[in-house]
Design a protein. Structure first.
Length: 197
């Protein structure tokens, strides 16, 4: 973040049980997303960037209820891929996030009247490696999966947690490789500055 927006004062709010609870229908993860957003706003945040891709709908509700920019993690990356067009692969490691992300991609695609075509892939073993603390194995598995993808104009690494594998994926494919963090920070900066915050 600091490379793209060095003058920003960033701080983090963490609820690290959200991912585990995401697959539990009894867990009220949507309300917890609202609580995090409203707390950040109450503490003077000029903009909010969520970094987990599994909570798109809840983040949209938070954005509608606040008067500061609130971004989903993949929004900016989706715009980049759709503007490039053609065949787009989304390489994910957390399956519960995929349906919501596909919906978000389709909404932006329709908004831009694009002919881009999305196909999603999930590397479950990479998430297991990451949860076990093995970043090296995670990145290698993501890169190996990317190497199997043929005929795509771009490959999106679906999560903030997969962005660390970007260099390995670029070495394994001729497709354009897109990640969330840089694009998202750039979009947040633009929106915050436009509002004069």
């Amino acid at each position: 973040m600091l490379q793209i927006w060095p003058e920003a004062q960033a701080y983090n709010l963490l609820d690290d049980s959200l991912e585990v609870d995401r697959v539990n229908p009894k867990a009220n993860t949507s309300q917890r997303i609202q609580t995090l957003a409203h707390y950040a706003s109450s503490q003077g945040a000029n903009g909010i960037l969520f970094t987990c891709s599994a909570f798109g709908e809840a983040i949209e509700v938070a954005a509608d209820s606040l008067n500061i920019p609130v971004l989903k993690p993949n929004e900016a990356m989706f715009y980049q891929a759709i503007e490039k067009g053609g065949r787009v692969a989304m390489l994910a490691t957390f399956e519960p996030a995929i349906a919501g992300m596909e919906r978000e991609f389709l909404e932006i695609k329709q908004q831009l009247n694009s002919g881009a075509v999305l196909e999603s892939f999930c590397v479950h073993e990479a998430r297991q490696a990451l949860n076990a603390g093995d970043q090296e194995k995670h990145d290698q598995l993501v890169a190996e999966a990317a190497a199997e993808l043929k005929g795509f104009d771009s490959i999106m690494l679906a999560h903030f947690s997969t962005s660390g594998a970007k260099h390995r994926v670029e070495a394994a494919t001729n497709s354009l490789v897109l990640t969330s963090p840089g694009a998202a920070v750039g979009m947040l900066k633009k929106q915050v500055l436009e509002r004069g915050c």
